[in-house]
Design a protein around this ligand. Structure first.
Ligand SMILES: [Mn+2]
Length: 192
């Protein structure tokens, strides 16, 4: 079982993550941001990554610190769980509809942190969450998990649907990318 744990306590946030890449998609998510809880439960379900996340933070300022630090913490735990990344499929992709919305998510667990984020126009807030924070989350996650992540929103009208298709897609793409399908480290360099 490939497991990762990460704890981070600062003056702004207090976060702990326990995850299992070889899980069944069991989520226990407890953050002060309802919409993010909903998104991370979907991510866990579709990735089959068991995810236990406890987070509190200075949400009276705004959600920025908490969202960013949750992205950092999940990314770090994923990186720990992947260890030397031997045997992983490495690539994953998903085109995911949610009613009228469609998004494309592509992952390369490359060891090279990168985010391409192409958004369609979103409402200023989804739930209580500022829409600009989704990019903050995906950036923190990709950079700490050390993977290349492309989030390409293709179209959609409803902000909830558009973002939900992205998080489901992230889960589906991660499931493929971290699955053990190879014998060796999947790079011609021999190192990821
Ligand atoms: Mn929903």
């Amino acid at each position: 079982m490939r497991k990762g744990t990460f704890k981070r306590k600062t003056k702004e946030t207090d976060i702990s993550v326990d995850l299992n890449l070889d899980g069944t998609g069991k989520a226990e998510i407890n953050t002060p941001i309802g919409f993010l809880n909903h998104m991370l439960e979907l991510f866990s379900f579709f990735s089959k990554i068991d995810l236990k996340l406890m987070a509190s933070g200075d949400v009276l300022v705004d959600f920025h610190h908490t969202v960013e630090d949750i992205g950092i913490s999940i990314g770090e735990a994923v990186s720990t769980a992947l260890s030397d990344r031997a045997g992983i499929h490495r690539f994953g992709h998903a085109v995911t509809p949610m009613d009228e919305a469609l998004s494309q998510v592509v992952i390369d667990v490359s060891g090279r942190p990168f985010l391409v984020y192409r958004s369609v126009p979103l409402p200023e807030k989804i739930g209580e969450m500022d829409s600009e924070l989704f990019e903050v989350f995906f950036h923190a996650f990709a950079f700490r998990a050390k993977l290349t992540l492309h989030i390409n929103m293709i179209y959609g009208d409803n902000g909830h649907h558009i973002i939900e298709s992205c998080f489901k897609g992230l889960g589906r793409a991660m499931r493929q990318a971290v699955k053990v399908t190879e014998k060796d480290i999947p790079s011609t360099k021999g190192v990821i």
